[in-house]
Design a protein around this ligand. Structure first.
Ligand code: ADP
Ligand code: MG
Length: 581
């Protein structure tokens, strides 16, 4: 007997189910995409026990007639693709005709559907891939799909599900992605019988973000006006300096209306925010990319979550440039007075947003107008450069040891003199390193130090980079170095301990980047070691510091990512004082 046999349809569906129906979140994603493809104006999602007991998605879309309802659970039944030519240009979300049969093969599946114009609807019931019944049923226009007891017939797969909380968090991340990409569709979500949110159709992504996560979340983001990359356009919202999160779950990339995982974007954001967020934090981001569909292959992943760009480097570059643009022009948001949202959206005790008459959010408030960005080619003028920010900011006074208050055109601005001083010194040193002119203090008497073997080896390995910052070092025996010069930052630290501290902090930074990245790490380490305690400033000095800060390339964050300026806008202060207008 031959060994090869054709898989039964049931088995083939279960195999395909392994790809499309990885876990509850992927089911939610497929069902929501089907609803959007069906032109839904409202989608209601419900799940119970992390989706393993129940997932249900109800829409008011075009529905299916009885014949299509019976057909849609057959493998490769799709209304969206007729021939291979269509593959490269398809704009609907689904096109493989695999999702519904896959789900139906690994759950207790129920579909109820009715086209708006039809008299009656159709109910289809499938249990573990076996068709139980197709019959007429009363139904509202649109489609309801219910998936119960996921993987009940494949215990091995069921075991792979993570804990209820983990699966629920993934479902929510997915639903958030859908809610953001399809902001003009009303969305409702219930978990274990409890309403998590009810979102009215929104006119813009900003309104949807406000409805979904609240005003304080939006306040920490900056709108990104449409940015022209090579062969695509990106817009959306990006974190302001300092507005990061420990986890990466608040980054969404929406490509041609479809949420995707986008390593190119994550990498670009990581690089762009390297100096604008504390280590280990990720910027919040919602990026909408519009791209000619022939420049991207969406068919490389069964669930279409990962895509392949024809020019990934251009995408990375474009997003990096867009993020840099934001970081150079935007002041840090005041930190939220409450913890930021939540894997889980607003608690139920808060009424869902549609109850409020919605005001159009003015998301553009944080830009400080009139500040000449990088206006001078020397980023660190020691003298006030002409026509700079001084006219826009009035100093109000000192607050505590290191903060100064200013009145700016948009509200109260608080300057942290520590971060400002670090940013200015950092850019000055970086500039020096890059032009080969970092100021060096030559030692009258070279200092000879003996070092632990590993540190000795590390320093010699990085001797060239260290020399760019001003460390003149010669080997002087087995584990002994001669130091002939150090960076001239006026720290007064003994040369050997300065070298030791810089080397230790660079080694802490982990795997070192090359080129510009390496110079940044170097400059950050040297500044960290050499700056010494911050001096107390007079108001005049604080004003001068602010001017020098605003002439920097990235004025709004210290090199370690802490904000240097925080603004409380008049609008925000009015809100806090209960003055709505
Ligand atoms: P695909 O989305 O790749 O076409 P699916 O298995 O997800 O495959 O769906 C199969 C077909 O069933 C779709 O092409 C569509 O015609 C129909 N369908 C699925 N969900 C809905 C829905 N919510 N409303 C209307 N039609 C639907
Ligand atoms: Mg589909």
């Amino acid at each position: 007997m031959g060994r090869i046999c054709v898989l039964s349809d049931e088995l083939a569906s279960q195999v395909a189910a392994g790809e499309v129906v990885e876990r509850p979140a992927s089911i939610v994603k497929e069902l929501c995409e089907n609803s959007l493809d069906a032109g839904a104006r409202r989608i209601s999602v419900e799940f119970a026990q992390g989706g393993s007991r129940l997932i249900s998605v109800q829409d008011d879309g075009c529905g299916m007639d009885a014949a299509d309802a019976a057909l849609c659970i057959e493998r490769h039944a799709t209304s969206k693709l007729r021939n291979a030519h269509g593959l490269s240009t398809v704009r609907t979300m689904g096109f493989r005709g695999e999702a519904l049969p896959s789900m139906a093969s690994v759950s207790r599946f129920r579909l109820v559907t009715r086209p708006p114009e039809a008299e009656a609807g159709t109910e289809v019931i499938v249990t573990g891939g076996r068709l139980e019944s197709v019959r007429d049923a009363g139904a509202p226009p649109g489609t309801l799909v219910e998936i119960r007891d996921l993987f009940f017939n494949i215990p091995a797969r069921r075991k792979f599900l993570r804990g209820e909380e983990t699966e629920a968090a993934r479902i929510l991340h997915t639903i958030h992605g859908t809610a953001l990409s399809a902001f003009s569709t009303g969305m409702e979500c219930r978990r274990d019988g409890r309403v998590l949110f009810q979102l009215p159709p929104a006119q813009s992504l900003g309104v949807r973000l406000n409805d979904l996560f609240g005003r304080e979340f939006l306040d920490r983001l900056q709108p990104l006006p449409a940015f022209e990359g090579e062969g695509f356009e990106v817009s959306g919202f990006l974190a302001r300096p300092g507005a990061g999160r420990r986890d990466r779950h608040q980054q969404w990339v929406i490509l041609n209306g479809r949420p995707i995982m986008c390593p190119e974007a994550s990498q670009a954001l990581r690089e762009a925010y390297a100096g604008a967020l504390p280590a280990g934090q990720h910027p919040m981001a919602v990026l909408q990319i519009e791209m000619d569909p022939t420049l991207v292959d969406c068919n490389v992943h069964p669930a279409k979550r990962v895509v392949r760009f024809a020019r990934p480097e251009a995408v990375r570059r474009g997003i990096y440039d867009a993020a840099q643009g934001i970081l150079r022009s935007v002041v840090s948001a005041a930190a939220p007075s409450q913890p930021m949202p939540p894997e889980e959206p607003r608690p139920q005790s808060q009424p869902p947003p549609k109850i409020f008459p919605r005001t159009t959010p003015p998301p553009a408030e944080p830009i400080l107008p009139g500040i000449p960005k990088g206006a001078s080619s020397d980023p660190l003028p020691d003298h006030p450069s002409e026509g700079t920010a001084d006219s826009s900011f009035h100093i109000l006074g000192r607050l505590g040891a290191h903060l100064f208050l200013f009145e700016g055109p948009e509200g109260l601005v608080i300057l942290d003199t520590r971060g400002a001083r670090e940013r200015i010194a950092f850019e000055r040193l970086l500039r020096g390193i890059e032009s080969g002119q970092a100021p060096i203090q030559r030692l009258l008497l070279p200092e000879v130090v003996e070092l632990p073997v590993r540190e000795y080896a590390w320093i010699l390995d990085h001797r060239e980079a260290l020399a760019e910052a001003g460390f003149l070092i010669e080997p002087f025996g087995a584990s002994t170095l001669k130091i002939e010069g150090v960076p001239a930052l006026g720290s007064g630290l003994p040369p050997a301990s300065l070298l030791h501290t810089v080397a230790a902090s660079m080694r802490d930074a982990g795997r070192l980047p090359r080129g510009h990245g390496l110079r940044e790490v170097l400059a950050r380490s040297v500044c960290g070691a050499a700056l010494g305690p911050p001096p107390a400033l007079t108001p005049d000095e604080a004003e001068r510091l602010l001017r020098n800060l605003l002439a920097c390339e990235l004025p709004y964050a210290a090199p370690g990512g802490q904000p240097t300026l925080i603004q409380f806008s008049f609008a925000e202060l009015d809100r806090k004082f209960g003055r709505f207008n």
